[in-house]
Write a protein that binds this ligand. Sequence first.
Ligand code: UFG
Length: 318
Amino acid sequence: MQVLVTGGAGYIGATTAAALLEAGHEVVVVDDLSRGHREAVPQDARFVEADITDPEVIDPVVAQGSFDACLHFAALIEAGESMQAPERFFRVNTGGSAVLLEALLRHGVGRFVLSSTAAVYGEPDEVPITEDAALEPSNAYGESKLLVERMLAWHHRIHGLKTASLRYFNAAGAVTGRGERHDPETHLIPLVLQVARGQREHIKIFGTDYPTPDGTCVRDYIHVADLADAHVLAVERLDEHGTVTCNLGNGRGFSVREVVEAARRVTGHPIPADEVDRRAGDPAILIASSSRAEELLGWTPRHRDLDRIVADAWAEYG
Ligand code: UFG
């Protein structure tokens, strides 16, 4: 297939672009490099520097190819930032997707895979979280992606667009050359590793009074290589399913303290931790049920061990 990958200079987009090439697909990456890194784009992919939110810019990019599918990663991702400037998230994530979809439909691209998020669920009533859980985002980031999922349902119904919405839990780990680099960094594992590298004095543990076994929040860390595999399977199997929405997680939860301990084992650094107040808007426990992805996509996460996930991130930026 010829595949258009938006946001293919970012952490998950670039990893997936490489996996698509590996699987024998042709890849064109579009990224405006506002958050992505040019050197993360695989060499065998064609690269176009362009902003997907501008119809004048994206339409010719789509027109020039003969794309079988689009994998859409280009988006703003910081939930905290979305609570300061929600308008930006609705413009880039929701509006940008609307602009992109219009161009894809105009030029007959019939398959679309959305980089969605566990943030569509908000605070869950039950864990593990299935796709049937209530959709009540607790931040504007989650809402901005949920609105895209809803758009896709209409495009499927009206235009027959084949769609997959993949709701990621906590992406982590790395493949060679494509580590996680956000600026500013807010994610737990890269921050912990910054302490081990001596770039930060200690890690702050946000809240130790959650109703969890050790009092700190529990998250489902899924290796980015496993996420990439799921995208390749999703795009290859879209014709079978027509439309599909799947969680992508490890199915195992790890607490903040367990992540810090894993990083101590992996790096050999003491990683001092400072226990501080809760961060606003953090649910206590987010663990995915990925049984639908396993059943429909034939996907199984291969790198489920926390030490392995942290070691791969460390190998990239240690
Ligand atoms: N945490 C700390 N200290 C830090 C940073 C984070 O204790 O310095 C804690 C957080 O409170 C949270 C956990 O570590 O309990 C993980 O936090 P991250 O910021 O790494 O990730 P989040 O779970 O907040 O969010 C991530 C993505 C979202 C996505 C969500 C889905 O950033 O986009 O996972 O589970 F929606």
